[in-house]
Design a protein around this ligand. Sequence first.
Ligand SMILES: [Zn+2]
Ligand SMILES: [Zn+2]
Length: 329
Amino acid sequence: MIYLGDQTDGLNAYSKEAVCWLGVKLKGRRGFNCGDSTCYPCNHSNIRSNIDQEFRDLFDDALIKEIIEAKPRRLLELNGELLTAFTIQHGKTTDDFRRNAKNLFLNSGYKVWFLTDENSGEKWNYRLARLLDKHTCTYCNREYTFVLRNPSGIGKGMVPQIDHWFAKTDYPLLAISFYNLIPSCGTCNTIKSSTNLNLIDHLHPYVDSNISSTYEFSYLPITNIDNRIILKNSSLFNSKGLDTVNALNLPLIYKGHSGKELQDLIDLRYKYSDNYLNILLEDTFGDLHISKEERYRLIFGIELDEENHHKRIFSKFKGDIISELLSIK
Ligand SMILES: [Zn+2]
Ligand SMILES: [Zn+2]
């Protein structure tokens, strides 16, 4: 898993348009305007129909901004607070709340404004991915998530999928909240699907800066030529890291790499009379002054530093396995 950081610049760029879009959809152009004559939603978008007035009235300007910008813990609180206000103060049902939230935030917001609308520039999935500038899947680090489009703009390009950390089926209100949008590969997004993660048992890529070091890749020898990738906790006292990778199904996602990338590394360590892992790392470049980071990149195709893991696939997995193999005398 990759820590995504605060992404303040990305948040500001996203929020500038998302807040106005949401404001106009809730209140109409007469009821919401940021005052910027070049703002696309404030000058071109229209109020969303089929929303209960009581639902619109839940939101003032500050709350509209907060739903877009709040960190995960606060998002969850907001979801609870608004649901309570809507059902208790207005005598509405939970289903009414979900219907309104789904109509506005999911169907109009995420599916149309975010994924397909190019009126105010490029689609937001492309723009967000460019702003975040992470090159492999946040969850698995085993697929690249480049952002590339045909210069003509015709046809589909390459862009990460967006996973909703709080599943959009259960939390439609949070469908366009910045810190709920996690760039991921298609495999992880599909496998995670509507799996419910929570902040008590699981780590969040926008919350937990130590997310990558809370668990380790290791392996289990089944026979001399059959080894299995396993994941284990880094700490005896905290199982959150392992619980998170298990919830994301990383053991399954990595299973197919046991006979390939894992076996290659084990072969370098054991197949030949000498420990070729060591020889490769220590002797390949002779007297050339090549940094440890560069040696790992050139020999194994991975980034050694945690903050750069996102730039090369398998950095975390291979880094952990190589470290374990080197430590065995
Ligand atoms: Zn505006
Ligand atoms: Zn992935």
